[in-house]
Design a protein around this ligand. Structure first.
Ligand code: PAF
Length: 281
């Protein structure tokens, strides 16, 4: 496995790889969720490349960029064990050299949900992912359903700009108690870690109601909200029952829907989601 930093060394290493290339873009501090993407990439391609870059432009001024966990040595060991061929870990100066002035903006699907609460977040994501795709030139790219809106946004960008890359989406990986894996879970203290299962509990309560025949989107939102507010350490930011493609909030019946939410547990912001009436890819 080669670990490279500069764009030139990435190009040279990329050119040595034969056959189809599967690519997993990450911000590092890898967990089983990332490793499930690497596993899928390994199974479906001749070679696997992974990028590790904590992208500052997708963090707002009051967000957790400084305390975002990082451990490049551990990450590269895990990737070596999982059979990755190439790791690109650029510096901030390489991704955003002095004078950098190009951005990629996706319009409608970035407006609700995360976009409404994290201004500028998706422009940071699409700009960096466009650059990663341009430099790495993958055949397939792997993303997790945990960031459901990110998947919708990147799919739109790929379609609109004609990127020659096939997107593959892997299901959310959860702890035994339901907490969705996230690098941010490392920031929770033991009491917060216990409280953090509230996202899973709230989503599961709504999904069970949907399975029992409840369809009113407002009722499902209310179930998610009331389950969350009953948890002392949780501060609800939003709950949503939205169309899975347009991400428009559903006003009437939720036959097919993305149920999603963002919650602060202490000072750590967590997101989670579940689909109803849609089979996950
Ligand atoms: O999902 C992430 O980890 C990031 O948003 C991504 C896609 C690596 C871009 O920085």
């Amino acid at each position: 496995m080669e670990v490279v930093t500069s764009i030139l060394s990435l190009h040279e290493a990329r050119n040595r790889l034969q056959g189809s290339l599967g690519f997993v873009p990450t911000m590092g501090y890898l967990h089983e969720g990332h490793l499930s993407l690497v596993r899928a990439a390994r199974a479906q391609n001749s070679s696997v490349a992974v990028s590790i870059f904590v992208n500052p432009t997708q963090f707002g001024p009051n967000e957790d960029l400084d305390k975002y966990p990082r451990d490049l040595e551990r990450d590269t060991e895990l990737l070596e064990q999982r059979g990755a061929d190439l790791v690109w870990a650029p510096t901030e100066e390489i991704m955003y050299p002095p004078g950098f002035q190009t951005t990629v903006t996706v319009a409608e699907v970035t407006k609700p949900l995360e976009g409404a609460h994290r201004p500028g977040h998706f422009q940071g994501v699409t700009t960096v992912v466009a650059k990663l795709f341009n430099v790495v030139q993958p055949d397939r790219a792997y993303f997790g359903q945990k960031d459901a809106q990110q998947v919708v946004v990147i799919r739109q960008m790929v379609r609109d700009l004609g990127f020659n890359v096939e997107l593959r989406v892997s299901p959310i990986v959860r702890e035994p108690d339901g907490l969705a894996l996230s690098s941010r879970n490392a920031l929770l203290n033991p009491a917060e870690r216990e409280a953090a299962t509230v996202l899973y509990r709230a989503l599961t309560a709504a999904v069970e109601e949907w399975q029992d025949g409840w369809r009113e989107a407002a009722h499902l939102r209310e179930t998610m909200a009331s389950t969350t507010t009953a948890e002392r350490l949780a501060r609800l930011e939003y709950v949503s029952v939205a169309d899975p493609e347009t991400l428009h909030e559903l006003e009437d019946n939720a036959e097919r829907a993305l149920l999603s939410m963002a919650v602060y547990i202490g000072s750590t912001r967590l997101i989670d989601n579940m689909l109803v009436g849609v089979s996950e890819e």
